[in-house]
Write a protein that binds this ligand. Structure first.
Ligand code: ZN
Length: 136
């Protein structure tokens, strides 16, 4: 069984979603297909599809939100890599047993009809990893 099935999307932290949408529309030569706010995370997201891949732009909706903090620390740019999983609870348990630090103990509701869990970048070689499972 494959655990991290594929890269589901790459998340990019941006300061100004309108400006970033215009930039990525030019870069990818396609328009954003949806915007979605995730209130619990303090973000508004915008999704692009390019071939089989997805890009998620994230703008903070509050000054103390995780995206605002990430931009403060490292500036705009790649924020996380999201992997699709078939069974998020099983993967969370597996990664925990392997010594990874999870940022949430229970899967949470993310954008785009997904259950998500983040793996702390300190335990994953400096990369914020998101596990996501489609809610059926
Ligand atoms: Zn994401």
């Amino acid at each position: 069984m494959e655990h991290l099935i594929r890269i589901e999307h790459i998340g990019i932290a941006v300061k100004d979603l309108n400006a970033a949408e215009a930039l990525y529309a030019k870069l990818l030569s396609t328009a954003s297909y949806k915007r979605e706010e995730v209130e619990s995370e303090g973000v508004i997201t915008s999704f692009f599809r390019t071939g089989p891949n997805k890009i998620e732009l994230l703008e903070s909706t509050r000054p103390d939100g995780p995206i605002a903090k990430a931009i403060e620390k490292r500036g705009e740019g790649i924020h996380h890599i999201a992997f699709e999983v078939a069974d998020i609870r099983a993967e969370m348990a597996r990664l925990k047993a392997e010594g990874f630090t999870l940022l949430n103990e229970e899967p949470k509701r993310g954008a785009d009809n997904k259950l998500v869990c983040f793996v702390h970048p300190k335990s994953a070689g400096g990369v914020l990893v998101e596990l996501c499972q489609e809610i059926s």
